[in-house]
Design a protein around this ligand. Structure first.
Ligand code: GDP
Length: 299
């Protein structure tokens, strides 16, 4: 059994190409209440991916969705921070109703997985709220304000995971991690997607005892997509696979980097890591399957 740590884009891309026994622990640091619904963007993307429903042009929301509700609200003068599709909103409303009744997020997720016939275990990292806050020169932003409203055109000075000290890991997720043969830190943003998960003491203590394999989300000095470099730079971390390795240093054993990143290999090996150089651009099913084969050979 492999335990996979995931955000909402890079790792879900890999999930579409894998088979075998695995479970997923998903970041909830980007969760928010917006337009009256509880949105858990990374969780939804992972669940939609496994259910074959994800809009894989954006890695957000459901494919073939419509936007009648969004347009109606807009015509009434309500501007949504996130453009939520109708089917997607249906799922979010279902979750909102249960959460408001006091059902933990992980239980709601179990119900959703069963209804969508997904048999892969997927857990939010916590049933308690953790909110990633991004500090700039003059503002404190949530991830969506930073990425959707400001398009990451800000100077980041710090990132905090509010609530992380008291948030408890989901018990079944801890068991998954404990009982897994190895943990895969997927190719996700190390600051805003993996950071909140590994920032929780319960997970970190287990990670230190496991075989942990990472897949770099970087190619050269840039990410494959998104604002990862802006955030790493803001934290004073090198914006390349060495910087990623430094963030995971106290538990990482193996790092898979892009085939054009061979120049970083000696430095990574000096850090005590076993390094594989592979094609980690996940833009076709063949490449995802090939990377999965490499992973199976390692773990
Ligand atoms: P978010 O929750 O939407 O920010 O999603 P993630 O954190 O899961 O994904 C964003 C990260 O995935 C970025 O750092 C990207 O560089 C990385 N990423 C996106 N596509 C790929 C890919 O094809 N290969 C690899 N290795 N990383 C990718």
């Amino acid at each position: 059994m492999l335990c996979i740590l995931s955000g909402g884009t890079g790792t879900p891309k890999l999930l579409t190409g894998i088979s075998g026994e695995y479970g997923v622990i998903v970041n909830t640091g980007e969760d928010l209440w917006t337009s009256g619904v509880y949105v858990s963007p990374d969780l939804d993307t992972v669940v939609y991916t496994l259910a074959g429903l994800v809009d894989d042009s954006k890695w957000y929301g459901q494919k073939d969705d419509t936007y009648f509700c969004h347009e109606m609200m807009k015509s009434l003068g309500h501007t949504e921070l996130l453009k939520i599709g109708d089917k997607d909103r249906g799922l979010k409303l279902f979750r909102t109703l249960l959460v408001k009744e006091g059902t933990p997020l992980s239980h709601v997720t179990e119900k959703v997985l069963a209804a969508l016939h997904v048999d892969v275990p997927v857990f939010p990292m916590s049933d308690d709220r953790v909110t990633t806050q991004i500090y700039t020169d003059d503002e404190v932003l949530t991830f969506h304000e930073f990425w959707v409203s400001r398009r990451a055109q800000v100077t980041v000075t710090n990132v905090e995971y509010c609530g992380i000290e008291t948030a408890r890991p989901v018990e079944k997720a801890l068991i998954l991690m404990k009982e897994s043969d190895a943990v895969l830190v997927g190719p996700s943003n190390p600051v805003t997607s993996i950071g909140p998960i590994i920032g929780m003491k319960g997970y970190r203590d287990i990670l230190r005892k496991k075989v942990v394999v990472g897949i770099s989300p970087m190619v050269g000095e840039a990410p494959f997509s998104g604002p990862t470099a802006v955030l790493m730079r803001g934290l004073g971390i090198e914006t390349n696979c060495v910087g990623v390795a430094e963030m995971y240093q106290d538990f990482l054993d193996v790092l898979i980097i892009h085939k054009t990143d061979k120049e970083y290999k000696p430095e990574l090996e000096d850090m005590g890591l076993t390094v594989y150089t592979e094609d980690i651009l996940l833009d076709s099913l063949e490449k995802k399957r090939a990377l999965w084969k490499v992973l199976e050979g390692i773990v």
